[in-house]
Design a protein around this ligand. Structure first.
Ligand code: SAM
Length: 278
């Protein structure tokens, strides 16, 4: 079947010789923001689709897995999270999940590009349904500079929901940034960063986690979960603990579609090939 580019969007993962295509009925928006190319499509099978610089950020159909796994495991691993910082996350999906936790006092979302949030509010209103929560604070600036200027110990959890490590986002994977997050975290603080595909990016995950350990996080735990519209369909996040990973996690009663107590534990099981550093 030859795919007609007038009806199919294709993201090519050239390093791995594969691609993912989504059929669309209409292109809803396109602009060059001050930072990146932003596109929104109406697909035939996955609802709406957001691209940044031609890479899939989210679809209506499967974003719940990523947003739940970037928030609930780390929040439930902290004894009493009250102050949360989200770096990136301009689509507001992580923000919505964080605000389901009633103990949260405030969550500060710092994305470089306010046009991403504008587009999400227009085309993904369900992701933005909590944006008017009085606990939500929005800044549109560089996340690295923001964290470097943050007061020591001012956050219990930092969520790094960034694009791939290229361009303006590359520094969000650096040792300096992880060190700045370490300093901005409170005593039992935890940072979680999306860490790409275990199948395609094993060495990146290893180098990220090595940098995290190098700046003082004394426990690091990987989360593995499906994400069918991301490269390889298999994704990860890396949790870095400032004061050790607690033996127990808090069971919470919140509405989810993917995360639950069993997933909390199962997602931290490490596949055999990920245990061997080659
Ligand atoms: N879930 C997506 C993924 O895994 O690729 C990420 C979604 S979120 C839309 C990514 C956000 O990172 C974008 O809105 C982008 O503007 C933001 N971003 C990139 N570099 C940044 C930086 N230096 N500081 C803050 N936000 C940044």
């Amino acid at each position: 079947m030859k795919l007609n580019a007038d009806k199919w969007f294709t993201e090519v993962y050239s390093d791995d010789g594969c691609a993912l295509s989504l059929e669309f009925s209409e292109k809803l928006h396109e602009e060059q923001t001050g930072w990146q190319k932003l596109e929104i499509y109406q697909t035939t099978g996955f609802g709406r689709l957001m691209l940044l610089d031609g890479c899939i950020m989210l679809t209506d159909r499967d974003n719940f897995i990523y947003h739940e796994m970037m928030t609930h495991p780390v929040l439930c691993s902290h004894p009493d999270p009250k102050r949360v910082l989200i770096i990136g996350g301009g689509d507001c999906g992580c923000l919505r999940e964080v605000l389901k936790h009633k103990g949260i006092k405030h969550v500060h979302q710092v994305d470089l590009d306010e046009r991403v949030t504008w587009a999400s509010e227009k085309y993904f209103p369900d992701l933005c349904e909590s944006n008017n929560d009085e606990r939500a604070i929005f800044s549109f600036t560089d996340g690295v500079a923001f964290v470097e200027q943050a007061e020591a110990g001012s956050y219990d959890v930092i969520i790094v929901d960034s694009v791939d490590p290229v361009g303006q986002a590359a520094r969000l994977y650096s040792e300096d940034f992880y060190r700045a997050c370490f300093n901005a975290l409170s005593e039992k603080g935890i940072m979680i960063a999306q860490s790409e595909s275990p199948l395609f990016h094993k060495s990146l995950i290893e180098s990220m986690q090595s940098r995290m350990a190098g700046v003082g996080y004394n426990d690091i735990s990987s989360l593995f979960f499906p994400q069918c519209t991301y490269p390889s369909g298999w994704w990860s996040a890396s949790m870095a603990f400032k004061d050790g990973k607690p033996s127990e996690f808090r069971k919470v009663d919140i509405e989810t579609k993917y995360y639950n107590n069993d997933i909390h534990q199962a997602a931290q099981a490490v596949p055999q090939f990920m245990r061997n550093s080659d």
